[in-house]
Structure formats: C-alpha cells, structure tokens
Design a protein around this ligand. Structure first.
Ligand SMILES: Nc1ncnc2c1ncn2[C@@H]1O[C@H](COP(=O)(O)OP(=O)(O)OP(=O)(O)O)[C@@H](O)[C@H]1O
Ligand SMILES: [Mg+2]
Length: 117
C-alpha cells in the first residue's frame, strides 16, 4: 500500500533528473520487479554520472553538484530530498550508484506491507 500521487512524484523527480543529465543519444530505462516482500523500481540512465565525492550529498536539501550547476540551469536541488523523504515515510529506501561519464542508477525499494506497523 502506498500513496500513489506521492510515489508518482518520486518517480517523476528521478526521471526528470535522468532526462536532464543525459544527452540526446543516451538511454533511460525503468524497471519494476517484485519479490515476496518488496517492490523494486530501478531507473537507469547513460548520462553524465555523478562525481564520487558528490554522491554522499545529492539527497541533501538544495545540493547540486558543481558540474550540473554550470551545465543545467533551473534546478533548485530539492527533487531528490523530497523523493527520499517520501520513500522513507513509506518505510522504504532509496539508493544510488553512479559512475562519472557512464551513468546513474537509482533504486527505490518499497516493502509490500508497511502501513502503520
Ligand atoms: N541522473 C543523474 N545523473 C547525474 N547527476 C544527477 C542525477 N540525478 C541527480 N544528479 C545530481 O544530483 C543533484 C541533486 O538532484 P536534485 O534532483 O535534488 O536537484 P536538481 O535536479 O538539481 O533540482 P530540482 O530537482 O530541484 O529541479 C543534481 O543537481 C545533480 O548534480
Ligand atoms: Mg531534480
């Protein structure tokens, strides 16, 4: 069970990033799988990637890596903070793996039964 509008917001935030930080010829893939206890949503892109030293901070409020600040205008650095907050309020987890110049993978895991435990 989940709040569908909020989960949609999480997915849109992550897709918005994937689109912003991937050049025209790249690929963005979304996969949803479920096992007995959880639903795993994976969003992968072949974009610019995130510098290793920035990864610990990307979920922080207003944080934007220096690289993207100079390349992409407009973002405020709130998208991932909000996404993490929503996922955690659902009792879930959000994680990231990224390689500079190769791409980024976000994984959202939601437990199937977590409501008001
Ligand atoms: N898919 C991605 N590829 C490369 N860098 C990313 C990706 N997703 C996030 N980042 C980095 O993490 C930072 C934080 O992301 P976040 O979504 O919180 O902010 P934003 O996209 O800059 O602004 P907002 O979401 O508020 O419009 C980004 O500025 C960017 O540096
Ligand atoms: Mg964003």
């Amino acid at each position: 069970m989940a709040d569908p509008e909020r989960i949609q917001q999480v997915i849109l935030n992550i897709l918005d990033n994937a689109i912003k930080y991937t050049l025209e010829k790249g690929h963005i893939t979304m996969e949803v799988i479920q096992n007995k206890n959880e639903i795993l949503t994976t969003i992968s892109d072949t974009g610019e990637g995130i510098p290793e030293e920035d990864i610990p901070f990307i979920f922080d409020r207003l944080y934007r890596s220096e690289k993207s600040r100079s390349r992409v205008s407009g973002g405020s650095g709130l998208g991932l903070t909000i996404a993490k907050e929503i996922v955690e309020l659902h009792g879930g987890e959000i994680g990231v793996e990224s390689t500079l110049g190769k791409g980024t993978v976000f994984v959202i895991s939601l437990k199937k039964e977590n409501v008001n435990e």
